[in-house]
Design a protein around this ligand. Structure first.
Ligand code: ZN
Length: 234
């Protein structure tokens, strides 16, 4: 984040439970440790993310919310909101965009994190849709009062987000040293038992450290998270 912009509140918009932790858990823990307020907005209920044929989507959705709450608690996240769209069927609609706008206007983050919608080829449909909707929600919809005027009538005010950090980007330009908090990232990821299984801390470290170490090389530290930064020009 730039020095000029004072970041006090951060909104993380994730397509699925566990995306925020894979993409940004280390950074999120650093920010909450510095006293910044972090909010989660989880777009889908994650009810398709299993290879277990004995579990119903309804039961899986409940488990995934519990796991997401546990991971968020580990990282010091202030509030988690679930929009509960069906996993894999997230669509760009006025209604969904309005939901994202509503929470931007409610939480008033200076910084918003989400998945980079412009990643090519191998990328989950929901990650593309969520990222696209967030970019549009930030500008112009959350900023300008004539969009979703029902929010204003309810007492919410417009809000101009200052910066966006996009995870999963093929053109990352912002790297955050998470070497000192990597264990917190591992701990948060291990909360997602229905996704990662009963994995040991060492097993999880092995699974995610190659990417973190790749990113770390860019800034000369052992482990980092990487983002594409977008500074809003207003
Ligand atoms: Zn995902």
């Amino acid at each position: 984040m730039t020095d000029e912009v004072q970041i006090k509140r951060i909104l993380v918009v994730a397509a699925h439970p566990d995306d925020a932790e894979f993409g940004a858990a280390g950074s999120i823990f650093l920010w909450t440790s510095q006293g910044k307020e972090v909010f989660y907005l989880i777009c889908t209920n994650g009810d398709k993310g299993t290879a277990d044929r004995t579990i119903t989507p309804q039961r899986l959705a409940i488990i995934r919310e519990e796991e997401q709450h546990a991971a968020a608690k580990t990282l010091g996240v202030k509030e988690v909101v679930f929009l509960r769209h069906p996993d894999g069927y997230l669509e760009y609609t006025n209604e969904f965009r309005g939901q994202v706008v509503r929470y931007i206007r409610k939480f008033k983050p200076e910084l918003v994190l989400t998945s980079d919608p412009l990643r090519k080829y191998f990328w989950h449909h929901d990650h593309r849709i969520a990222g696209t909707v967030v970019l549009d929600a930030v500008y112009p919809y959350a900023r300008d009062h004539l969009y979703y005027p029902e929010h204003i009538a309810e007492g919410l005010s417009t809000h101009a987000v200052r910066e966006l950090y996009l995870w999963g980007s093929e053109e990352p330009d912002t790297f955050i040293d998470i070497t000192g908090v990597f264990d917190k990232k591992i701990e948060a990821l291990r909360c997602h038992v229905s996704q990662v299984g009963d994995i040991t801390a060492d097993g999880m470290r092995e699974r995610v450290s190659w990417r973190a170490s790749d990113a770390g090389k860019k800034i000369g530290v052992p482990l980092a998270e990487s983002f594409k930064k977008v500074i809003m020009p207003f």
